[in-house]
Design a protein around this ligand. Structure first.
Ligand SMILES: *[C@@H]1O[C@H](CO)[C@@H](O)[C@H](O)[C@H]1NC(C)=O
Length: 394
């Protein structure tokens, strides 16, 4: 704590606070010379390929990764070998048997090591080859296969907040708050856009990787940003969003900052972070599709609590901090729908209301949702006509 005595002393102490503050806000590895590293990254790798296997850990939010050398370039997911890891170190062990299997599920180009290296998103199976608790991809892909003839499309808007390693929002004064919300959304300028380097690096890295990223913008709270992924059909939505998140964490690591998907990182008069999800089927996208959209919304209205349970990793507890009915959110306890209404659970975009076809937007998912869980819930309720609080076992 700084306790100034004279003007000079106070200025010196303030300077020291700023320097110490900055030191604490970034990570040690980010300060290593990236130019020296680059020298090694330019070395030839012969005919070997590095494959970085990525998986969701036992928290349902954290990502883990490790790399192996392949002596061929994999052309499709079938070419990739299964692998394993120690689940007792990832909150994933069960009983005395902590061996877990990594089953390659989706492959992307590696924007960090570049071609021919790969990022490999994996499903996790337990020692008995049953899905790990946080492997929500398996049931999602099952449900997606059941409705594939309806060509379900999704688009997800991932909001996130950039933090220092001390957990304080990036660029915020260390002992206070920036000016109130207003100038930051889609803002430009050093006093409005906090951390654009990260956004630019992430966007390009996603394009290189083959992630269907379709846009980005600065959000309402300073240091908060959004990227959009889609349209993606079926299981691809979850795969692409998880890999986009992995790339964001990895880019932030290079810059010495942290990406947070907490749905309400700062309490008070600051916007939370969601993961608005656009959804449509072939029928909804065709002439007169508004009828199918309205039918789906009616079904969703009868199953609000099931969806709230599926829309954050703590079964609604995380979202309870965000869905207050203020700051462009709906109230967590009430279902609502409306054309161009940002305070509703479900929003029908204005142009969709006019053209009478298109898609709708579910604004309830939390920024830290599992996209497999969100897209699966939408399919179960809207297309498989499930009712009640529990999902059906197929
Ligand atoms: C979702 O729909 C909104 C309009 O309602 C649009 O602005 C946004 O780009 C769409 N996002 C995705 C990821 O499809």
């Amino acid at each position: 704590q700084c306790a100034p005595r004279s003007h000079l002393l106070s200025a010196l102490l303030l300077l020291r606070c700023v320097i110490v503050g900055n030191k604490m806000a970034t990570s040690a590895s980010a300060t290593l010379s990236k130019a020296v590293k680059q020298q090694y990254m330019e070395l030839s790798q012969g005919d070997k390929v590095q494959a970085m296997y990525i998986w969701i850990d036992g928290t349902g939010e954290g990502l883990r990764c490790k790399t192996r050398t392949l002596d061929f370039e994999p052309k499709s997911i079938e070419d990739l070998p299964e692998w394993n890891f120690d689940g007792s170190s990832t909150y994933q062990c069960e009983g005395s048997n902590s061996d877990m299997y990594l089953i390659p599920a989706a492959m992307f180009r590696d924007p960090f090591r570049k071609d021919p290296n790969k990022l490999v998103l994996c499903e996790v199976l337990k020692y008995n080859r049953k899905p790990a608790e946080t492997n929500l991809r398996l049931t999602c892909s099952k449900v997606m296969t059941m409705v594939e003839d309806q060509h379900p499309w999704f688009g997800m808007e991932q909001e996130y907040t950039i933090l220092g390693t001390d957990g304080h929002p990036f660029g915020w004064p260390s002992n206070g708050f920036p000016g109130p919300q207003g100038p930051y959304y889609c803002g430009v300028g050093a006093d409005k856009a906090y951390g654009r380097d990260i956004v630019e690096a992430h966007y390009r890295a996603c394009l290189y990787a083959g992630v269907d990223i379709c846009g980005t913008n600065a959000e309402v709270m300073p240091a908060q940003w959004e990227f959009q992924v889609g349209p993606c059909e079926g299981i691809n939505m979850g795969d692409h969003l998880w890999v986009a998140r992995f790339i964001l964490h990895r880019v932030c690591e290079d810059f010495g900052v942290v990406a947070s998907f907490d749905p309400k990182p700062i309490t008070g008069n600051w916007n939370g972070a969601g993961c608005h999800t656009n959804f449509s089927t072939k029928e909804m996208r065709e002439e007169g599709g508004l009828k199918a959209i309205e039918d789906s919304i009616e079904k969703l209205g009868k199953r609000h609590s099931y969806h709230i349970r599926s829309y954050d990793p703590k079964g609604g507890l995380d979202n309870a901090r965000r869905l207050t009915g203020h700051h462009e959110t709906s109230n967590i306890n009430e279902f609502s729908a409306g054309v161009a209404n940002r305070g509703a659970s479900i929003r029908i975009p204005r142009n969709v209301g006019q053209e009478k076809k298109g898609y709708f937007e579910d604004r309830r998912p939390s920024a830290n949702c599992d996209p497999y869980s969100v897209t699966e819930a939408l399919i179960r309720t809207c297309l498989l006509n499930e009712e009640g609080d529990e999902p059906t076992d197929y």
